[in-house]
Design a binder for this molecule. Sequence first.
Ligand code: KIV
Ligand code: ZN
Length: 528
Amino acid sequence: MSSKKKSQKAPKGRSDSDRVVIFDTTLRDGEQSPGASMTLEEKLQVAEVLDEMGVDIIEAGFPIASNGDFESVSEVAKIAKNAVVAGLARAGNKDIDRAGEAVKHAKRPRIHTFISTSPVHMKYKLQMEPSEVLDAVTSSVQRARSFTSDVEWSAEDATRTDHDFLCRCVEAAIKAGATTINIPDTVGYTVPDEHFSLFAMLIEKVPGADDVVFSTHCHNDLGLAVANSLAGVRAGARQVECTINGMGERAGNAALEEIVMAMNVRNDVIPYWTNIDSEMIVRASKLVSGVTAFPVQYNKAIVGKNAFAHESGIHQDGMLKNNQTYEIMTPESVGLKESSLVMGKHSGRHAFREKIKELGYEIGENAFQDAFVRFKDLADKKKHVFDEDIEALVDDEMAQADERIKVISLTVIAGTGGPQKATMTLEVDGTHHTSEAKGDGPVDAIFNAIKDIVPHEARLPLYQVHAVTEGTDAQAEVSVRLEEDGKTVIGRGADTDTMVASARAYVSALNKLRVKREKTAPGSMFAS
Ligand code: KIV
Ligand code: ZN
């Protein structure tokens, strides 16, 4: 994917003091959503898009949490072209040292260290006295400063913290060298007016407040994360922590796309600006939803399938006369293009190559040739081939490029008679294996056949199908989540035949599981 040059200067008519820095935590807080784990390659793909769309800070993970988290922070740090790359750390030395090590290759590294400050967290979670917490604030920030001059300090559960104590902690963090002070609404408890007052109080009272950037980090338990974040900005915060599609712990975090578009569309009353290229929003949303298998709710603001759909006759009539009647922003402003009919079965290699480029892909020659064969095949089966079809096909092709297990052929007998039967041939490390299995339904039969060929103990907590476009000849995109020994992977497959897509998705998940396993127990999977 190409990288556009980003302007960091205030656009005409906008002042630097109204610039809001976007801190994206999709790869950290977002990935903490149960079941939303991403592979290293997927995290790098997401990071690349975030960087390209103008995110200022990418929080890439929590390096002490696992070797995988460490590796992803470290790899994101190496590839980020513009963004600051942050690693999260608790207040202890080990955490901070690990975060420092992970971000050290970033052009602009940041350590984000935090400790709880609310009575309930200090007493039950930390089992620490307030004075001990205060000491830890100073020592943790000082330690982080020994790695980088860009240190963010967060008061976990700040919105349920005693105000005087919060002021003392923030003051200690600033004195110790923190450059950004984050005030999280960890449990999504606050409301906009209260959040406004909290920031106003801190900025007014804490010595040194003018020398740091204040930051909001709001969770969405009451559906107020975006409203609370904007209230914080109105009071003087100039960093917003958010995630693509509002992913995150429990009900999620403030959604990046909502924060950015609220400022863009209602700049008359929310007069702040960000560096985000809003036309990349839909692409980022689809990517994150795809790699995590977290569907975006149909009526989700900005990126939901229905966000720009007009169903009722009165609305449609208004739209035909003037689209401002029912649209406060254009679909194009968030990167939603009209579904375009791309090509048919007579389209050649050149047109297909151009289309792939236009959709933002860069693929190797072999993957391109394979994708072209599949495109021709699809154009034969499907009346209309849309951009979404090409995207699903290329994603599927890229995912399978270096896989050790491949789907070669599949025949399924299904119907009311039962039991359903699948005959499956897989290529495993270059050798073909065939198995026939029965199941409770065709998908079960397919998965049993795969298990016969590649025995494993993984659990299947998620099997999800969605149609890429409309119509009965639409491609099915299947997502499968597999869990084994605490490791979670998501596989995806696309095909006009839902059963073939299911087999591809399962096999793709198994391949990912193998990569994860090889890292911890080399050679343990598929060993005969
Ligand atoms: O919600 C929260 O408090 C957090 C902190 C670690 C910043 O995610
Ligand atoms: Zn959080």
